[in-house]
Structure formats: C-alpha cells, structure tokens
Design a protein around this ligand. Sequence first.
Ligand code: IPM
Ligand code: MN
Length: 362
Amino acid sequence: MKIAVLPGDGIGPEIMAAALKVLDYIIDDESLDVEIESAPLGARAYFEFGDPFPDHTKLICDSADVILKGPVGLSYDETQKIPIEFRPERGAILPLRKRYDTYANFRPVRLSSTMKQFSPLKNELLEEGIDFVIVRELVGGLYFGAKSHGVNREGLRYVRETLEYNEAQIRRVLVTAFDLASERRCHLHNIHKSNVLLSSELWNEVLREVAQNYPNVEVTHMLVDAAATEMCLAPNTFDVMVMENMFGDILSDQAGGLLGSLGLMPSACIGDNKSYFEPSHGSAPGLSGQNVANPYSMIGCVALMLQVSMGRQDLADRVWSALFRVLEKGTVTQDLALHNSLLKVVTTCEFGALVLDEIAKR
Ligand code: IPM
Ligand code: MN
C-alpha cells in the first residue's frame, strides 16, 4: 500500500509529524507493507513551485492508494500575495476533491463520556458523551457551481453563484449515508432546506427513492437551521446526519464547537477509486512553529485511514482509545485548556508521545 503524505501549511507539518509517528509505530508493530511518499500542497507549494497543487504532487497522489493531507493556507496578509485562483482553497483543496471525486465526507463527532469537561455544553446533556457522524456531500453544490460577477444594467456590482446537483450526485452520497446508518443505530437525519431551496426538493425526492432499499433505517427530516439548534440542545438526538456540501461545512464546524475544539475533528473524504483523510479545520497560521497545536484531528485521520482504506478496525480502535485515554487523564494541548486550569497543558510533540505510549501499552 502506498500513502501520499501532504503535510500542508501552518500547523500542518507539526501535527502531521505527530500523526506519522503513530502511523510508523503501527506499521512497524504490525509489519504492514506500507510505503510513504511526501509531497508539497498549499500556499508554500505555490511560493516554491508557482502552483498550490504542483504537477509532481498530482503524480504522487495519482499513484498512491490513499492520501493523508494536512491543513493548507497562510495568514490573511500572506494570502493576499497569491492570485485568487492560486490560493490554497480554490487552487489546492477543491481541485484535490474534484480530481479524486471524493464525494462523501465523513466527519465523526466523538466525545467519550469521560471527556465532558472539554465541551461547553451542560453535563446533563453529556451523560453518554457525544457520538454522531456528519456525512457531507463534498464535490457539488455552491462550491463547484458556475459563478459570474460584473456590473448590472443599473450600474450595480453583482455576483452570481450556482447551487447545482444532479440526481446521480445526490444518490451516491445518500447511499453511503444509508449504508453507514445501517451499520450504526439505523437512524438517519436528513438535513435540508426544502422550505426555500429547490435543490433540497430534488435531494428529498431522491432520498425517498433510496430509502426504499433501506426499510430498516428510520429517516428524520430536519431543516438545517433547526438542526443547528438541536445539535446544541440535544446532540444525542443524532447518529448519522447527511447533507449537501455547504450545510455540511457549517454544521461540522459547529460540531467542533460542541466538542470544545475544532482540533478534535478528523475527516475522511471518500471516492469510489481514491480516498483522502484531512482534519476538518484550517492551518491556524497564528499557532504554527510553536509546537502548541492539537494533533488529535491528524492522528484521528490515521485512525480513519486504518479503518476505511486498510480495513483494520482493530488498529483504528487502538488509536482511538489511546487518544481518548490521553485526554481522559487531563493532558491536553492549549486549545482544550482555555476554561479549565486543572488540565495539564502539553505541547504537540508531548501529546503525540503520550498517544504513542498508550498505543504501545495496548
Ligand atoms: C473544510 C474547509 C474547506 C471547506 C475550505 C478550507 C475550502 O473549511 O474542509 O471544511 O470549506 O470545505
Ligand atoms: Mn469547513
């Protein structure tokens, strides 16, 4: 198995280093046949090679079985030095998603019941912790629709963006969501905005068709704005949530807030032929180079990769429980200690080393 590693910008290289130590340990311990190749992606790749997704990175990714990607992007000021179409979001992330057609983005939202202290929610809401998955459509909708801008007949500057889906794009992500729901608690929340958007009407129509093949899965329809409230008031209402691209972008950041930090949000971007794994958060340029970033999301990506791309749920569980155990002991990076002085703040490297210790203990 060949893994392309794209450390990215900002805190990317630091959290990737911690994640690779975990991966290396597991490869060694389990004698896995894995080859790792690193490649540049993002703003630094632009400054060095004139392209945030350089051709040689494309070749390495094309020939890899799976991609492990760190966050990309630099500070606002640095970003202004890059022409708009070469900025890392438009020039690297979206083309990466499109190239490998990674249409299903799984964002697990997990907080073990012993990690309640990190969440801003009241303890009563967290008896059993939090455990749901956001399934976000990742290669359609407003992100990829036609765009134009100019000056209209009244002389006003205007902009137009298109939210477009065809039924095949909708069906395939719904099928992955129903499959996941069948493996979990058989309850799917369909998040939409059909009171306003025609795209949600088609989405819901296709959903009714797909649902016929899953008589065991109960479907609850919820408007996206109502879902935002429900996530705060009763997060355990949810098990699997499915939604279009933009809704998923916003609600998954909110989910990071429920946990207490976006640093607790890994994600898996799944296509029919290739998948890649990335944290849900950005590159936090303000924290970079200080050894303070939380590597949990990047290490969580390794767990997701072991589970999804290597079929090793056992190894994934080993990584998850190590992550949970380190946090349960109250050792955290600074993002999780903002409102709690009883926690012991450790560096990125130290957190990674503690996770390794736990993995080694079994
Ligand atoms: C995410 C990020 C990206 C998105 C950005 C960086 C383009 O916010 O993965 O959620 O909006 O999809
Ligand atoms: Mn986002």
